[in-house]
Design a protein around this ligand. Structure first.
Ligand SMILES: Cc1ncc(C[n+]2csc(CCOP(=O)(O)OP(=O)(O)O)c2C)c(N)n1
Ligand SMILES: [Mg+2]
Length: 350
């Protein structure tokens, strides 16, 4: 079983970078990618440590390894666009520009968290940056993403919705109804499979006869492509094509972004479904190491400047932990706030 998955891992391997190749994006972009991805990575490593120390409980799904997906995406979409994702969601608000201390406080269940301590790890929201969650029901955000895009189309707004979900979620029945509707109405939505090859312990090969996930869009004639998710350039280019199509009124795109999570599904995963060699194979294509290599090869930053970035990231993560530690828990009355209630519902009793 693991051998099958390992075989497929080598099939999805990223293109090796020729040392001499001219970088496809600007110096500023590569430096931003390095800073952003390093922050996501270090923040998540700290989350893993804090979880083991029982500083917070509940679920904790780490994003380590998948950072190039968000780095590439932010290059090509706008802050006014809309975003919705699953439960592996700590890095999404950070990539969109939220200070990580609000994510950390949310993990701690503190009132200063981005969901006032009521959502926890799987339910990060950010109204200001149009992040519509954080969803724990596998695939639940697929129809919701169409709904957000429908609202924008209905109001003649020029926004695009990026709807992220996993390779496992791609097998949910609601995807079929949603894709049909989204294509019929040409909704401005980008469906993004963060394809890390596993749904908990189940590899893509074990979930269906169809293992090339871009094919899921084809029966709706939805433009669909596979993308190298270990390289932010490939992700940025794919998002730019999809966003242009959506803004022109041509409707949705499906991106099968082939990425990898280095850690287990959640914090209690013995990872018997894959080999150490397979994990190593992906780590050798690590997007953060790769981007730093491009920066060094082009002499865009000195050693001192690189160290500065690393120190800043470390300080931001420490500040986030301190903020979460020192923040109060919500008060008891908060449980009745931010809850939807229909006052005239016939069965509500005093
Ligand atoms: C409707 C539903 N079914 C099952 C689960 C249990 N579950 C949680 S995560 C998960 C795997 C999903 O994998 P994938 O969509 O590939 O996302 P990844 O964890 O790889 O990011 C499952 C089956 C759930 N949360 N919701
Ligand atoms: Mg997956």
């Amino acid at each position: 079983m693991a051998t099958e998955a390992a075989k497929s891992a080598s099939k999805r391997s990223s293109t090796a970078r020729s040392k001499k190749a001219k970088p496809a994006f600007s110096k500023e972009t590569y430096i931003k990618w390095y800073k952003d991805m390093l922050l996501m990575r270090k923040f998540e490593e700290k989350c893993g440590q804090l979880y083991i120390q029982q500083k917070f409980g509940g679920f904790c799904h780490l994003y380590i390894g998948q950072e190039a997906v968000l780095a590439g995406m932010t290059e090509s979409l706008k802050p006014t666009d809309r975003y919705i994702t699953a439960y592996r969601d700590h890095a999404h608000p950070i990539a969109l520009g939220m200070h990580p201390k609000y994510v950390m406080a949310e993990l701690y269940g503190k009132v200063t968290g981005c969901t006032k301590g009521k959502g926890g790890s799987m339910h990060m929201f950010d109204k200001e940056r149009n992040l519509f969650g954080g969803h724990g029901i596998v695939g639940g955000q697929i129809p919701l993403g169409a709904g957000i895009a429908f609202a924008d189309k209905y109001r003649n707004e020029d926004h695009v919705t990026a709807c992220f979900f996993g390779d496992g979620a791609a097998r949910q029945g609601s995807l079929w109804e949603t894709f049909n509707m989204a294509m019929t109405w040409k909704l401005p939505v980008i469906y993004v499979i963060e394809n890390n090859n596993y749904a908990m312990g189940t590899s893509v090969e074990r979930t269906s006869n169809v293992t090339d996930l871009k094919k899921l869009g084809l029966s709706f004639e939805m433009p669909s492509e596979s993308v190298d998710g270990m390289r932010p350039e490939a992700v940025a280019e794919a998002f730019a094509r999809a966003a242009e199509r959506a803004r022109k009124g041509e409707g949705p795109t499906l991106l099968d972004i082939q990425t990898y999570r280095y850690k287990g599904h959640s914090m209690s995963d013995p990872q018997k479904y894959r080999t150490k060699e397979e994990v190593k194979e992906y780590q050798e294509k690590d997007p953060i190491v790769y981007v730093l290599d491009v920066i060094k090869d082009n002499k865009w930053m000195s050693e001192a400047e690189i160290k500065d970035v690393q120190e800043n990231v470390k300080a931001l993560v420490e500040e986030s932990v301190q903020f979460a530690e020192e923040s109060p828990y919500p008060e008891a009355h908060e449980i009745y706030e931010d809850v939807y209630m229909q006052e005239d519902y016939p069965f509500v009793k005093d």
